[in-house]
Design a protein around this ligand. Structure first.
Ligand code: AKB
Length: 316
């Protein structure tokens, strides 16, 4: 049995991870949310929820005490493009919020999962098959919070024994809850346009490669890293994980296999393009494979078939 608190449970990852954890574990799986982003439908009905604003340490501590939480999934963050427009808030949530979470975890002996990202790398990082341990000098506030979060999480493990673990997520693609304000969002939006029969206007230039992952693989990674045998972990915060790397024309051509009429044009967004160009083309995930058995299940074609089938059910 596990009692779990998910902070940011109604966001892109949280809405699906909360449901998966409720299926996997018999204890309390508490959906932490902020006012204005209340859980709805199955997410609301299937388990407890609590107002947990990550910038409010008392709210985190109260939820942890009330539900005897032993594991916290900290999913609160502003995504990369939004964070560039609101850097102060991005730091407050990303780093201030993580500090609050780790302090509660230290006092109440909780394990903590906090995702990092391909955004924790920068232009000085080797671009192809980026190694696990390498240069991390990001140029975005999002990246600065992610690399600082990795360091802070490792510090709480070595200094206080808090069981912190995490992965560096690529762009995540899902048909459930849309992302808000990321650089990789185009790879979600393109499927919505295709399924609705609309032309897609791509904000990222042809030839710009980034690592991507289908949500079921990402959710499995978040569960498996927290289940991993700690004696096998050489690394903790954070593991490179990977499943596919593509650029806009590759995904467009893949969708056209199933929808030959689908059209796309480019209208590059300078902010997102600059961020994308500062990130790696692809990550080397050997350490995750060796230390806790990470293995993706979806490639681009399998993801496209599933995304189009699910979105077509919704949009007809
Ligand atoms: C973003 O684009 O900001 C995120 C990420 C890759 O971390 N999806």
């Amino acid at each position: 049995m596990k009692n779990i608190l998910i902070i940011g449970a109604t966001g892109q990852i949280g809405s699906e991870l909360t449901m998966l954890l409720r299926k996997n574990y018999s204890g309390n799986v508490v959906a932490g949310y902020i006012p204005g982003a209340e859980p709805k439908g199955e997410l609301k009905e299937s388990g407890p929820s609590a107002i947990v604003d990550i910038t409010n340490p008392q709210q985190i501590a109260d939820a942890v005490s009330k539900y005897q939480v032993d594991t916290i999934y900290n999913l609160a963050a502003l995504l990369s493009a939004v964070a560039e427009n609101k850097p102060q808030l991005a730091w407050k949530i990303g780093l201030g919020g993580l500090f609050n979470t780790l302090e509660v975890a230290r006092e109440k002996q909780c394990a903590v999962f906090t995702p990092s990202s391909i955004g924790s790398f920068g232009p000085g990082t080797p671009k192809d098959k980026t190694p696990q341990d390498t240069v991390q000098r990001p140029k975005t506030m999002y990246g600065v919070t992610k690399v600082s979060g990795e360091l802070l999480s490792d510090y709480y493990f070595t200094r206080f024994g808090v069981d912190t673990r995490s992965v560096r997520f690529p762009g995540l693609i899902s048909y459930v809850t849309p992302p808000g304000g990321g650089t990789t969002d185009y790879a979600v939006d393109i499927y919505y346009s295709a399924a609705k029969g609309e032309k897609f206007v791509c904000p990222i230039a042809e030839g710009t490669y980034m690592d991507m992952m289908y949500m079921p693989d990402a959710l499995r990674a978040a569960v498996e890293i927290m289940e991993a045998d700690p004696s096998k972990l050489v690394h903790r915060n954070s593991f490179n994980i990977a499943s596919m790397s593509f650029e806009p024309n590759t995904i467009y051509q893949n969708i056209r296999k199933y929808l030959p009429e689908f059209e796309m044009q480019y209208q590059v967004d300078p902010l997102r393009q600059a961020i994308a160009e500062s990130w790696p083309n692809s990550l080397d995930d050997t350490c995750a494979r060796e230390e806790w058995g990470w293995k993706p299940e979806y490639d681009l074609d399998a993801m496209t078939q599933d995304m189009l089938a699910k979105l077509k059910e919704r949009f007809g």
